[in-house]
Design a protein around this ligand. Structure first.
Ligand code: SAM
Length: 308
């Protein structure tokens, strides 16, 4: 279902078929995953939408209800899936995920080990990054969570790229079959330092490990443990701010907000469009959005020391 499905190519050149999974998009904060079926209907506050009207349309289409309301039908990318998946645990979001994929140097063909699987939010992006020839082996000690994650990977068409195992990684470590084979290891566990000795044995020479922890005390314990076998131990916090940007009248925006919002105006643009600005009293304004995500956790990365 995801764009790297070689039989279906990129989302912009794809057409919706019976049985497809898609994301029904109302707004950036209101989306849901729907499986298309010839006889299916979607009902929301905008009216009734017949799935049969969707079949044959390209992904990205705007479709209308019986009352003239509309939604967009989007291809289920890893980014959108993270926003619509069912939360069985705390999950990782796009800012942390993109940083993790980059810093773990994950590319097509990599073998990645992960624990715990949780709701599979990160796993979905790991799978896309290693596709089409790599593999993600993800482990969770909670049987029901592992089973639900497997069902999700079936649904999203990722099951050939991801294997979900039930295992206590803090207690017994990763399976020996992965000794020296992993390009990278990711840990989102309550006591990651217990899993680090095993993770170090799984990594290839020069492989990279990342551990996510919500509290700095956990990160500090992981750093201590990492220093014996790893080098370049670094901890990051990724903070994401979103902005509302528009051109308008500074005074009217302040008035609308009761003057309480902090505004950033673009001085360079103001200078370069001075004539226009004087004529229209318009300026470019950016306001930090209240939805901005603050602290999620600390990401500790480390590279296995080369012993050759
Ligand atoms: C916060 S969730 C992971 C969320 C995941 N990163 C995501 O983005 O959806 C942590 C998971 O670790 C699992 N877990 C906790 N201790 C574990 C252990 N000793 N071995 C394996 N999994 C464990 C929990 O069952 C839980 O599902």
């Amino acid at each position: 279902m995801f764009p790297f499905d070689s039989s279906k190519k990129l989302s912009f050149s794809r057409y919706i078929s019976d049985g497809d999974l898609l994301i029904v998009y109302e707004r950036h904060d209101n989306m849901k995953a729907v499986k298309v079926s010839e006889s299916g209907v979607l009902q929301n506050r905008f009216g009734v939408f017949k799935h049969s009207d969707w079949i044959g349309k390209p992904f990205g289409s705007k479709v209308f209800s019986n009352k003239g309301g509309f939604v967009y039908l989007l291809a289920p990318t890893a980014e959108l899936w993270t926003l619509v998946l069912s939360h069985r645990t705390q999950i990782l979001y796009i800012a942390d995920i993109s940083f993790i994929v980059m810093y773990l140097e994950i590319v097509p063909g990599c073998l990645v080990l992960e624990s715990g699987t949780g709701s599979g939010s990160l796993t979905t992006s790991l799978a896309r990054a290693i596709a089409p020839s790599g593999h993600v082996y993800t482990f969770d000690f909670h049987e029901q969570r592992a089973a639900s994650a497997r069902e999700d990977f079936e649904r999203t068409g990722l099951s050939n790229l991801v294997t979900v195992g039930v295992r206590d990684i803090q207690g017994v470590g990763f399976p020996d079959e992965f000794l020296g084979r992993a390009d990278s290891v990711f840990l989102d566990l309550p006591q990651p330092w217990l899993a680090i000795p095993s993770a170090s044995k799984m990594l290839k020479q020069d492989g990279v490990l990342c551990s996510f922890s919500p509290c700095i005390e956990q990160a500090q314990k992981s750093c201590e443990t990492l220093r014996s076998d790893f080098t370049d131990v670094r901890t990051f916090e990724v903070l994401l701010h979103t902005y509302e940007v528009r051109e308008g009248n500074l005074r009217s925006w302040q008035d609308n907000d009761g003057g309480s919002m902090s505004l950033k105006s673009c001085k360079k643009r103001q200078r370069s469009t001075k004539g226009l600005e004087n004529a229209s009293s318009l300026t470019i304004m950016a306001r930090r959005n209240g939805e901005s995500r603050g602290h999620t956790g600390y990401l500790t990365f480390a590279r296995l020391k080369c012993t050759l």
